[in-house]
Design a protein around this ligand. Structure first.
Ligand code: SF4
Length: 468
């Protein structure tokens, strides 16, 4: 059996303890968020589509981890069969490290290795993944003419069926992975020794817990840190927080003594201590709509950005409006919901409906990390910012007014805001609504519409609490 894989190597490079826990105590891992699950699924779907660039290959994917040794042998056998030109998910093992390669293409008496990414550009993480794969392939004696990363072409526009040759771009990383070989070899040895330890390495919590990825053992490692610890403030960067922490400033009281009494940082720590919220009311009221609007609508837009374009004339990750909920006095029974869940092609119908409906209000209130005016302009729902109504984005208002509550220590979302202000009203992760809305299931569509309205009601309640 193997000791390391691509994912455990990456984990170990972030934190040795995370690697050890993953190998020896995986049951202590935190639950994956819906957003992370959706990301994995997107990667798998794009990877399968990429096979069409080099069709007719043999799929080596194992049905279960127990099949890895068998697949390693089959992959090796296939390398020496001249009739095998392409392999998908070929499995290799060298120095107790196992990898699966998205595509391996015969190129004369050598092979081209290809790793597929579902993103529009490449990052260091992808280069580092490739470096590990190259190390294993070299160790297995696979002669390579090139190592390429394949990713989505931001300029591709769909016209007719997807043209996979235009949808994907490729970049050679051969020079990079060759240069990194010695570095990878050293780290593979180091990480194998970590896994062989009789107990978890002693690693303190620190900046590595969220960098480059949020570690999924935080529930375990952070369990002794009080939920209201100053380590959860967002007003100070993590380096400063941990420097203080490891220098004996390890309680909220000690940390408060380091700060100006009325500073934002101190106010956040007070809020943590009392499980209450902090907001800069001066800024908040300066942002209040004035004069008081006579008619208010609450708008919740559900946007969809498919990695592979679904609609004619669109590009990868191009945004469309999948649904919206609008609540206001001009809507029958107070709420209106529009969606195109069953036919995404008709999404542009939302534009005229929004133009007509929004014009009947003086103020449009929403909560979105995006700039709503820019979104509405991009879709020509408004021509410029000087429209007949004002837009109040509570996300921006709360950010500017430095709203803070223990519930939003991991960043401001509507779900966490609900938890902070109205603990009895529980919202789902917004990603769940997107999953429901793109699920091909009528029951889920209904649920998505109901969830959109519930979110919007939450926005209305928040507005009324602070501005009425
Ligand atoms: S939570 Fe932090 S210390 Fe614990 S395993 Fe993860 S990265 Fe390492």
């Amino acid at each position: 059996m193997h000791i390391l894989s691509k994912s455990t190597y990456i984990k170990g490079m972030q934190c040795e303890k995370a690697l050890y826990m993953q190998k020896k105590h995986p049951y202590l891992r935190d639950k994956l968020s819906l957003e992370q699950r959706a990301k994995f699924q997107r990667g798998t779907d794009v990877g399968i589509l990429a096979h069409e660039v080099f069709p007719g290959g043999i799929d080596m994917s194992p049905n279960s981890p127990t099949q890895f040794p068998k697949k390693v042998v089959e992959t090796r056998e296939n390398l020496s069969k001249p009739e095998v030109k392409v392999m998908y998910e070929a499995v290799f093992q060298y120095n107790d490290t196992l990898i699966m390669l998205d595509m391996l293409i015969r190129d004369g008496d050598k092979w081209i290795a290809i790793e597929v990414k579902s993103s529009l550009k490449l990052s260091d993480t992808y280069y580092n993944d490739a470096a590990l794969q190259y190390y294993v392939l070299q160790g297995c004696g696979v002669p390579l003419s090139d190592f390429r990363l394949m990713y989505l072409n931001a300029d591709y526009e769909k016209h007719g069926p997807i043209d996979v040759h235009q949808l994907f771009k490729m970049e050679s990383v051969m020079e990079y992975v060759k240069e990194r070989e010695a570095f990878v070899a050293k780290n593979v040895e180091r990480l194998k020794n970590v896994v062989a330890l009789p107990h978890a390495p002693l690693v303190n919590i620190g900046v590595q817990c969220n960098n480059p990825y949020p570690c999924d053992f935080q529930g375990h490692c952070w369990k002794l840190i009080p939920k209201n610890s100053f380590l959860f403030t967002t007003a100070l960067d993590e380096d400063t927080l941990f420097n203080n922490y490891f220098n004996g400033i390890n309680t909220n009281e000690k940390m408060l003594r380091q700060l100006e009494p009325d500073s934002w940082e101190a106010q956040q720590i007070e809020a943590l201590g009392t499980n209450s919220y902090y907001i800069d009311y001066k800024t908040l009221y300066a942002l209040a709509p004035s004069p008081k609007p006579k008619s208010i609508a609450y708008l919740n837009l559900l946007m969809h950005r498919p990695a592979v374009p679904e609609i004619e004339g669109t590009k990868p990750y191009e945004e469309m409006i999948l649904a919206f909920a609008l609540q206001g006095e001009h809507e029958s029974e107070g709420a209106f919901v529009w969606d195109c869940f069953e036919n995404h092609e008709s999404w542009k119908e939302s534009i005229n409906i929004l133009i007509e409906k929004l014009a009947r209000y003086e103020l449009i209130v929403c909560f979105t990390p995006q700039n709503l005016s820019t979104t509405l302009m991009r879709h020509e729902i408004i021509q410029n910012r000087e429209v007949g109504y004002k837009i109040l984005n509570l996300f921006e208002v709360f950010q500017n007014a430095r709203f803070f509550h223990p519930a939003i220590k991991r960043g401001l979302t509507l779900q966490r805001l609900a938890e902070a202000l109205f603990p009895a009203c529980k919202l789902f992760e917004h990603s769940r609504i997107i999953m429901e809305a793109t699920s091909n299931d009528l029951m889920s569509y209904q649920q998505a519409k109901e969830d959109l309205i519930t979110e919007n009601e939450m926005v209305a309640k928040t507005y009324q609490q602070f501005f009425k």
